[in-house]
Design a protein around this ligand. Sequence first.
Ligand code: MF3
Ligand code: CO
Ligand code: CO
Length: 306
Amino acid sequence: MNQRPGRNDPCHCGSGKKYKRCHMELERGQATQPAVSKPLIGAVHSNSLVLPRPDWDRMRVAGRFNAELMDFIRPQVLPGARLDELDRLVHDYTVDHGHTPACLGYHGFPKNMCSSVNEVVCHGIPDSTLLKDGDIVNIDLTTIVEGWHGDQSETILVGDVSDTARRVTQCAFDSLWRGIEAIKPFGPIVEIGKAIVEHAEPLGYSVVRDYQGHGIGRRFHQEPGIPHYPDRRYASELIEPGMCFTIEPMINIGTWRVILDRTDGWTVRTADNQLSAQFEHTLLMTETGPEIMTKTKHGPQKGHRF
Ligand code: MF3
Ligand code: CO
Ligand code: CO
């Protein structure tokens, strides 16, 4: 997720410094530049966020591998599984295939994936915790394949879960799909957040605001930011064919407010400690609509009921 903390909040990179003393200038600089310039005619495009054709295939390859990794790890996310064991399996599968786990060392992140259990919203660090029957856990995987990134996450039901946990997971899954279906070639980014909020809020859930989807490609996180609520600052930003980005709504049972763990600098929890669920895909905008780069063979497909 692309995090925009307040100026006096701790920086998301885990440095322990205030945001304004760390990454703020850099990221404000990026944010104030329009994400999309006017489309140009011909092969040359002034905006490098719009990938030329050959790079579309590179993103497809990266996304496909990442999805295979998800298919590999999903069946092992079971009651009794240790999070840092799952993390090691993800690491080994990735490097055995000649690729690189993107999370490892990213702004100092210590593991290969994020595992976010129950009230953890995102960026949970895999540790010796054992999953137990009734947990919900988001597994967020990002791989670098020949220099290109695939990024996706799924919330997985561990054993038998409560109806409450199942329903918030369902809402997060459906919210991702509403977001995907809301965005058209040359369409405004805000449509994504509008569709997500219009789905989740009438069901009584809240949508996390402090973390966003993001542009992706050779870099893990880049412009444009993809808010999951109708943030008016994005009213004039458009998604053009050739742009790659993620949609990754985090849906909470209670308040949308979140708290960053000051001890590890990464773990984000709901402010009220109620459950949160999330799903994420990497997408490429084509001339006919968004194409999912990280579609799995065995994961939940569109319309899935948990
Ligand atoms: N995969 C997360 C995302 O969807 C980012 C994790 S950054 C890490 O954007 F450093 F925590 F791995
Ligand atoms: Co992401
Ligand atoms: Co991710």
